[in-house]
Design a protein around this ligand. Structure first.
Ligand SMILES: [Zn+2]
Length: 142
């Protein structure tokens, strides 16, 4: 089984655990989510899911995303100036750069930043439970 099939399977299991029946439409949505690497929004997920199953409605997309989000296995990102975008939560922790001109989302991870955040929290008497870091950026022209 490849990674995407396994990832889609995990999403299915999580939905079943919620008592959600895996319909053909939902299976299509899960496959699209598992394959996405670009943090698509609901409209884009809908477009891709319809390539697999024409009967997928936008309402089903929203309901499925809500159930997956509830389970903590899909992360919703509300980046400024864009509709909510989604990714599966199983990826290792990473932060995001949002290109303010194109809306592109770039993932990065910095051990330096992770350490610094833990230090700052500790100085204030806290342990970091989780965090999200978003850098709004413009590509350099040179
Ligand atoms: Zn990401």
């Amino acid at each position: 089984m490849n990674d995407q099939a396994e990832s889609a399977r995990k999403l299915e299991d999580a939905l079943r655990a919620e008592g959600v029946r895996i319909t053909r439409q939902r299976a299509a949505i899960l496959r699209v989510l598992a394959e996405a690497e670009d943090h698509p929004d609901a409209t884009e997920l809908h477009r891709r899911a319809r390539d697999i199953d024409e009967s997928v409605s936008l309402a089903t997309i929203y309901r499925t995303l809500a159930a997956l989000e509830e389970q903590g296995i899909v992360h919703r990102h509300t980046f400024e100036g864009t509709p909510s975008r989604f990714e599966t939560a199983e990826a290792d922790h990473h932060d995001h750069i949002i290109d303010v001109d194109t809306g592109d989302v770039v993932e990065f991870r910095s051990d330096k930043i992770e350490r610094l955040q833990a230090e700052i929290a500790a100085e204030l008497g806290y342990d970091v439970v989780r965090h999200r870091l978003e850098l709004y950026c413009r590509r350099r022209r040179d």
